[in-house]
Design a protein around this ligand. Structure first.
Ligand SMILES: N[C@@H](CCC(=O)N[C@@H](CS)C(=O)NCC(=O)O)C(=O)O
Length: 133
């Protein structure tokens, strides 16, 4: 595992009022036991992304786009498994999650949201059982 360093996550109100899209990056940082700080959006590096969340890595570079942040943190901490299949499938699941979040924010009916939850259940169950990668 790479050396843990000070990550900086930028989000509205520095996550003091709500977690929003920052919840998954924060969960990964916590799970990894990383050192991190959370700062409000106005303190984010100019031009590093269109919207928050953004994360500055210990290497000094900053990225935005939640699925990319999650995948990058996952790779950094060795949480995406090994090999192309794990890498590519985890990317697909992140894209699914971005769609899911979009449907929630769009106020789509519960039946559609339930379909996503059923899909996740089936997909993760089959993948975990090795029925398909
Ligand atoms: N595709 C981006 C969307 C980011 C996004 O829309 N962030 C919201 C907060 S959750 C935002 O900051 N919107 C612009 C604003 O409120 O000024 C992602 O997945 O991170």
């Amino acid at each position: 595992m790479p050396a843990l360093g000070p990550f900086v996550l930028y989000y509205h109100t520095a996550c003091t009022v709500f977690w929003g899209r920052a919840i998954a990056p924060v969960a990964i940082l916590k799970l990894a036991g990383a050192e991190y700080a959370i700062k409000p959006m106005p303190e984010s590096p100019s031009g590093a992304g269109f919207a928050v969340p953004m994360v500055t890595f210990p290497g000094g570079y900053t990225i935005s786009q939640t699925p990319v942040i999650v995948h990058s943190l996952g790779k950094h901490f060795g949480m995406v498994g090994s090999g192309d299949a794990d890498d590519f499938v985890s990317n697909q699941l992140l894209a699914d999650s971005a769609d899911f979040l979009g449907e929630i924010f769009a106020g789509k009916p519960g039946i559609i949201l339930n379909n996503y939850i059923t899909y996740y259940f089936i997909s993760l169950t089959y993948r975990h059982s090795g029925s398909y990668q």
